[in-house]
Design a protein around this ligand. Sequence first.
Ligand code: KIV
Ligand code: ZN
Length: 524
Amino acid sequence: MSVNHPSFGRLDPGRVIVFDTTLRDGEQSPGFSMSLPEKLRMAEALARLGVDVIEAGFAIASNDDFAAVRAIAEAVRGPVVASLARCAERDILRAAEALRPAARPRLHLVIATSALHMRHKLQMEPEAVLDRISESVALARRHTEDVEWSAEDASRSDPDFLCRAVERAIAAGATTINLPDTVGYAMPEDIARMVQDVRARAKGADGVILSAHCHNDLGLAVANTLAAVRAGVRQIEVAVNGIGERAGNTALEEAVMAMRTRPDLYPFATGIDTPALLKTSRLLAATTGFEVQPNKAIVGRNAFAHESGIHQDGVLKNAATYEIMTPASVGWSRSNLVLGKHSGRAALRAKLAELGFGDIGENRLNIIFGQFKDLADRKKAVYEEDIVALVDETAVREHARIRLHALDVWGGTRGRARADLELEVDGEVRRADAVGDGPVDAAFNAIRTIFPHDATLVLFQVGAITEGADAQARTTVRLEEDGRLADGQGSDTDTVVSATRAYVHALNKLIVKRGRASPEAMSA
Ligand code: KIV
Ligand code: ZN
């Protein structure tokens, strides 16, 4: 197979393109929404990681999505920047507009091809879907040379119809054809058969890049993606930590390391700088507040931890006895211990730039530096994750209308827990005392006393950002009000303070979502 692609030129048959959808499929799943600065920071990290394509968002979905695609298209150089668009004129024009500043833009068009989706969701006849594909891909080609077309629910589509749809997209100018397992239903054998079938029967398929996009509903996304690579796709659509709709997408780090560890089966190279995998995974976790599970492959805390004596003995004698890849190859051995209490402003500025916070102004740097010194006094070592959390905290506070001013709590085994809380609401400090079932509950009750609202707490999650008893706690709180969800994150070496910050953050977001002029308007 030799493909001449507008963005990648004559593609080496031994190269697999990594298309990252962390910021689109990943970001659209509950709890993973990111602000514009967070998306930009993540996009820069993905570029440093070496992904080939960044799907920056779905431009028509909202003004925020449009702004994110536009900002990433403006700022990120290196990878191709893509926006998703349905096969509809409005979508395509909006996506093209968002991508205008991109050095290497891609329009990613999608329409469903399974009978189920065409009949019930699109309510279109199959022939009309084929015509829509031709028209919309042709329209997209008038705006970018690099056009990807996706057959949504490809794995449950009739193979003959799928081949006809693929032919239409190629004839109209698509340069990448994506065959998603949208609902995570397929088995590796099904995926291999589908890819082989399209390669063998769809006219023009040998002149485009075929792509796999698998969901993890049955825990098979990575296996299915690898089966697709064996069957001939040369683009894999993945997300950091496997985030994405429902059970998620193919985990970038797992698919890449599987190919790297088993070149006997997958003799393919990617552009990924694998020692940056752990750092990128942690940046995403710190940004969204959702840690990966300890036993998660490649980036989980236990991925290279050997507990049993027999294993430890073997690894000490020869690491290959129980390690199929070196921890260093995915970023584990490089110490990410970064700064201590004697580190100065220049060291902090350099570390912030390395973490992707290059454009922090002098004022913000001073605030972060003060907080860093405070943290370094309370904590033996300050890690990269701590720095990311500090920057997040300052960003949250900068724009917030409600801020944590002071908190004292009393808990333990004797009597009810009590919290004495001060919040700053629109610049005015208000104070309340409340009791609760534990200090976190007491602090949350105090927030409700100071600022009455109807939102209910639907998720509360606490994790340690790093290791040790002095680690900062990272808390995620999700509030729900009238069907609107808002996630907040907070961090602090004190778990109750971290939880309170997270609640206040979520509340601020809810205020913005309601679009009311004053936070008072939320009051019950
Ligand atoms: O799962 C899916 O089918 C998608 C498409 C938009 C590629 O996310
Ligand atoms: Zn998807």
